[in-house]
Structures are given as structure tokens and as C-alpha cells.
Design a protein around this ligand. Structure first.
Ligand SMILES: [Zn+2]
Ligand SMILES: [Zn+2]
Length: 334
């Protein structure tokens, strides 16, 4: 392939599918949006039509209190768009409902990953490698220094701390969509079956996960619980609540944070995190490069993140790649 495909165009506000008059994860309201997953930097309200998996649509409904124009697509299902374009939704392994979108037009195949990871996650379907001509990937952790440890190791750290200080609680800051539920599900998998206490802002999303069949065990609300009862227990809250007044209702919390950025010690210090847990819902450097090798596209496009090193890696491996200048993708969900 000598030139980028003419029917698909990266625009500052998203990826445009020209013949279908549609956008992928647009950063502004559009007539027709194909949405990869429910994080706020990808899923926005106000589109005429929103084509996404049922879980993503439910998440968007919860967050934006609107479901106008919702078009559900199951994993493996193909929708026909205008202009002879078809779109197939494939698991991305990032959060509940997250999808890669395979576009097929005039015999050319393009896969847009949205955000993804390759590690097993009990709360969502696993990433599937899909051959294509153009692979449009994220690169949030696109530097060799980012190697996420096995999650079992981070869970063991958390549980060891809980056991070592039974008079305190461990307060884990985790994004309300995805990270919180994954941490809870992994604690269960590690054999921790005690009640887990939630900040009120977590409750609805956890219930939504349960509605989609993800077992999170016994969850209780901090607001309904006397302080003393939470000694020796795990409490989960949004990262923004870690340092605020709300945490005074907890018994001497050990402050923890679950994020890929906890690899960077300075970030943990800035947030006053005592127990950094390196847990990410994004591919690390090794996962990114392995995925490109497995998908083996003619060309890679990099949507957002640290693209320099990944571009260089492509050069070194005689692979074609380009960075797209997209705006509005933030690290809500690291
Ligand atoms: Zn995301
Ligand atoms: Zn993202």
C-alpha cells in the first residue's frame, strides 16, 4: 500500500469514514458515531446515532442519561453502513463492552483498536487479533520503560498490606469505569471474599457490571457503614476522592492507587500514594509491539499516547507507521 486509504481519514476530532458519513470515537457531536468503549475520551453524548456494543451503550446511558439513536452491535456482528462500508465489532480486552472496530470497504480492511490490553481480565472479553491492511492503535504506554507487572503480584501486595495493618483500611483509588471492577474481581480471584466498601460514585457502574454478568462479590457502601467496621477492609474510590475530605470517614486509610502510571514514582508521590499498584487497562510496550507483529498490517497508524518510540520501533523493524494528530484523548482510564 503506497498511500493511506482515501476513504478513511484521521481528523483532529476523530477518525472519519468518508463514504459512510460516520466517525469513530468523535470528540464532538456528530450525526453517526461508532464508539469503541465507554470512557469519556471516546464516548460522548449528543450524537444522532451511536453504534456500539450493548454494554457500551448501557454505560453511555448511565453517564449521559440519554439513549437516543442507540444502535447495539454484538461482538462478531457486522453492521452495514452507507457507501458500501461494513463494520464488525471485536473484543478489545480494555473494559466491559470495549471493542475494536474492523472496517471493510472495497476489499480494504482497517482495524481501529480504541484502547486495549492483552492481559486476561475477568471483567471483559479478551482482545482478538484481527488481520488487516491498516492497524490503528493507541500507544498510551508506548515507551519501553512501561512494563506492567502481573496483576497477581499487585494483588498480593495489596492483601499483604491489609494483613500487616489490620487496624487500618486500604483505600484504593481506581477509575470508576473498568479499573475499579477489575481490582474487585481480581481480589475475589485472589481469594479475598470479605465485603468490599465503595465510594458512592462507584455504585452504579459496579451494578451495571453485575447486570452484565460480572460477579463482584459482596459490595457495601461506605456511607452506610460505621467507621470501625471498615478496619482491615478494602475500600475503593475514584482517584479524585483519595485526598479529599470524604476519606476522613475511613479508619486510618493506607492510600493506594491502581494505575499504569504508578510505574512512575513521581506520579505516586504527587498524589500522596503510599501503596502504588501498577495496574493498567492499556497495553504496555511489549503488548503493543507484540500485537503489531501478530496483526502484521501493511501499515500502522498511532492514535494517541507516546507515539515517538513506537514509530521508531516500526522503522527499526522495516514496518510502515504514522502518528495521527488526534485531540481530546486523555488518560481517564489508565
Ligand atoms: Zn479507555
Ligand atoms: Zn482512551
Amino acid at each position: 500500500m503506497s498511500a493511506p486509504l482515501s476513504w478513511i481519514r484521521p481528523d483532529p476530532h476523530g477518525i472519519r469514514i468518508i463514504p459512510a458519513d460516520a466517525w469513530i470515537d468523535p470528540a464532538k457531536p456528530v450525526e453517526r458515531a461508532l464508539v469503541t468503549h465507554g470512557h469519556a475520551d471516546h464516548a460522548r453524548g449528543g450524537h444522532g446515532e451511536t453504534i456500539a456494543t450493548p454494554a457500551t451503550l448501557a454505560i453511555m446511558k448511565l453517564r449521559y442519561a440519554t439513549s437516543d439513536g442507540a444502535v447495539p452491535v454484538e461482538y462478531g456482528e457486522t453492521v452495514k453502513l452507507a457507501g458500501g462500508v461494513s463494520a464488525t465489532y471485536i473484543p478489545a480486552g480494555h473494559v466491559l463492552g470495549s471493542a475494536q472496530i474492523l472496517l471493510d470497504h472495497a476489499g480494504e480492511r482497517v482495524v481501529i483498536t480504541g484502547d486495549y490490553k492483552r492481559r486476561a481480565d475477568p471483567t471483559c472479553a479478551a482482545f482478538e487479533v484481527t488481520p488487516c491492511d491498516v492497524f490503528i492503535t493507541e500507544a498510551t504506554f508506548g515507551l519501553p520503560l512501561f512494563t506492567h507487572p502481573p496483576i497477581e503480584q499487585e494483588m498480593a501486595k495489596l492483601l499483604a498490606r491489609l494483613e500487616a495493618e489490620p487496624d487500618r483500611c486500604v483505600l484504593v483509588g481506581a477509575y470508576a469505569l473498568g479499573k475499579a471492577q477489575r481490582v474487585i474481581a481480581e481480589l475475589r480471584r485472589a481469594g479475598h471474599h470479605a465485603p468490599i466498601y465503595l465510594h458512592g460514585a462507584m455504585e452504579n457502574m459496579c451494578r451495571l457490571y453485575e447486570d452484565f454478568g460480572v460477579d463482584l462479590g459482596e459490595l457495601r457502601l461506605v456511607a452506610d457503614t460505621p467507621k470501625e467496621a471498615m478496619r482491615g477492609h478494602v475500600v475503593v474510590c475514584p482517584p479524585s476522592a483519595l485526598g479529599d475530605r470524604w476519606s476522613r470517614r475511613l479508619p486510618d486509610p493506607v492510600t493506594a492507587m491502581a494505575s499504569g502510571w504508578m510505574r512512575v514514582r513521581q506520579r505516586a508521590r504527587q498524589r500522596g500514594v503510599e501503596l502504588p499498584l501498577v495496574i493498567s487497562d492499556h497495553a504496555d510496550w511489549h503488548e503493543l509491539t507484540r500485537t503489531v507483529e501478530e496483526v502484521n498490517p501493511a501499515e500502522t497508524w498511532i492514535t494517541h499516547g507516546r507515539e515517538e518510540a513506537l514509530l521508531r520501533w516500526h522503522q527499526l523493524h522495516q514496518r510502515r507507521a504514522r502518528a495521527l494528530a488526534l485531540v481530546g484523548y486523555e488518560d481517564e482510564d489508565d
